[in-house]
Design a protein around this ligand. Structure first.
Ligand code: KIV
Ligand code: ZN
Length: 511
């Protein structure tokens, strides 16, 4: 008999705490819809009291995303709980997630309080949340560093107050697998009412042990794990959803535990989160890194060709990384493109489809064959597009080892073409300067990342930038088989966010 482990995804809350990864409502909704396809049990949509925008985004998720429980985070105070309830009340299955520091250091230094007051606050908060919502989760923040007796008392008391899920976080990523597993087992033994509720864990990765700690907790009786796609999250991140799910699946005999996650959606979800949040996935990242299934040594390649099981413990297709043999070219028409997109699981409205088609033709003109990953990249970019105040119309570069690079840039705004030329320290710098001259806005490049997102010499290059304009940092992404054009598109994308800035597209405000 296997146990079911509930997957609580907090990409849109703890994951969104990564500097520069702030999402707007549309982006959150898009990721939440994909998390529902991935079939996670709970989506923590955000921390609704943190901003009116987040309240609005979590409310939209609650209204539109069907299937998973939708949770909203709240501190153990009435105002937060009211706002969290406002955000999740229209969900099919709403949950209010209340948290309070329970370690002495949190209680004394952060809350400037004492254990008894903290206990009272927790109980009152859970009772109040329970008066609004049937499902209440209580988190003992910094649980792994909390005095064990007090931890058990606060858990017992909050279960008595109506919590149906108790979460024990390793907030600072300090725990070791054997001690965290032991903690979970001791809680189960010491708190009699624990059997009536779900026991959850939430591990951070400061020592690189978040997944190991989550797995140790599962072995010792945890029912729910809180995790994020690609392991993103506060500081060194959270436990990675895809790693936990694949450990349980690949080593089923060891844990006898399953999740409801549709693993074939893992790769697509990982790519989507990386792209929308502008957080690249390291190539050697377990499960979803670009090297996770590529074999470079001759001995390994030989082994894999003879039998994949020689060097592969998982099948890439189980993660949705299908090796498609059919490729599209510039001669493929709309019908072929539509068919291929539907095979890949995309159903696009006609306006987005036209944009995808135009971009597809543009890329296919320069790259002979368009594979599944190319298409996925094109669709993701067109789907999550910002309004284009300026459109890229043309680009010419002169560059060489003994000359100052010169770029001529043509942008279109309201049907009018604007051309300007600029020099720079390199061709990319020259292009960025050209964009600045036309728009009349100067920005400071804070981050620049360039990588190939597809295979081969004609690979699609993907550039990601973060540009500071005034006090705000805007992120941008651009793709093209030409890496300078990809960089220009990324820079322009950040500028278009700046122009579209109604607050919603703001990535990070410096205070
Ligand atoms: O890390 C943590 O303790 C948290 C809680 C709010 C659950 O994120
Ligand atoms: Zn956390």
């Amino acid at each position: 008999m296997s146990r079911k482990i509930h997957i609580f995804d907090t990409t849109l809350r703890d994951g969104e705490q990564v500097p520069g990864a702030k999402l707007n409502k549309r982006q959150k909704l898009e990721i939440a819809q994909q998390l529902a396809k991935l079939n996670v049990d709970v989506i923590e949509g955000g921390f609704p009291c943190s901003s009116p925008g987040d309240l609005d985004a979590v409310r939209a998720i609650s209204r539109q995303v069907k299937g998973p429980v939708i949770a909203g985070l709240a501190r153990a105070v009435k105002e937060d709980i009211d706002i969290a309830w406002e955000a999740v009340r229209e969900a099919e299955r709403p949950r209010i997630h209340v948290f309070l520091g329970s370690s002495d250091i949190h209680i004394q230094k952060k809350l400037r309080s004492n254990r008894e007051n903290a206990m009272e606050m927790a109980v009152e908060a859970v009772k109040y949340a329970r008066s609004l919502c049937d499902e209440v989760e209580f988190s003992t923040e910094d649980g792994s560093r909390t005095d064990f007796q007090f931890l058990c008392r606060i858990i017992e008391a909050t279960i008595g107050a109506g919590a149906s899920v108790i979460n024990v976080p390793d907030t600072v990523g300090y725990a070791l697998p054997e001690e965290f597993g032991d903690l979970i087992q001791r809680i189960r033994e010491a708190v009699p009412s624990m059997d009536r509720v779900l026991l959850s864990v939430h591990c951070h990765n400061d020592l690189g042990l978040a997944v190991a700690n989550s797995i140790a907790a599962i072995r010792n009786g945890a029912d729910q794990v809180e995790c994020t796609i690609n392991g993103i999250g506060e500081r060194a991140g959270n436990a990675s959803l895809e790693e936990i799910v694949m450990v349980l699946r690949t080593r089923f005999a060891n844990y006898q535990a399953t999740t409801a996650v549709k693993t074939e959606e893992i790769y697509r979800t990982s790519r989507m989160v990386s792209r929308i949040m502008n957080i690249p996935v390291q190539p050697n990242k377990a499960i979803v890194g670009s090297n996770a299934f590529s074999h470079s040594s001759g001995i390994h390649q030989d082994g894999v060709l003879k039998d994949r099981a020689t060097y592969e413990i998982m099948r890439p297709e189980d993660l949705g990384m299908k090796q498609h043999t059919i490729v599209l070219t510039a001669r493929s028409g709309r019908a072929a493109l539509k068919h291929r997109l539907s095979e890949l699981g995309f159903s696009l409205d006609s306006e987005v489809f036209e944009r995808v088609y135009n971009r597809f033709i543009d890329v296919a003109d320069r790259k002979k064959e368009i594979g599944a990953q190319d298409l996925q990249t094109i669709v993701e970019i067109e789907v999550s597009k910002v309004p284009e105040t300026y459109k890229m119309h043309g680009l010419q570069i002169m560059s060489g080892s003994k000359m100052v690079p010169l770029a001529s840039v043509t942008l279109e705004r309201d049907g009018q073409l604007h051309t300007d030329a600029a020099t720079g320290n390199g061709p990319v710098d020259a292009v960025f300067n050209g964009i600045e001259r036309i728009t009349g806005v100067s920005g400071r490049l804070c981050d620049y990342d360039l990588k190939a997102v597809t295979m081969g010499r004609g690979a699609l290059g993907e550039a990601m930038v973060r540009v500071q304009i005034g006090d705000t940092i805007y992120s941008g992404i651009g793709t093209s088989p030409d890496v300078i054009e990809a960089s220009a598109r990324a820079y322009l994308n950040a500028y278009n966010r700046y122009f579209a800035n109604g607050g919603a597209e703001v990535i990070q405000s410096k205070s």
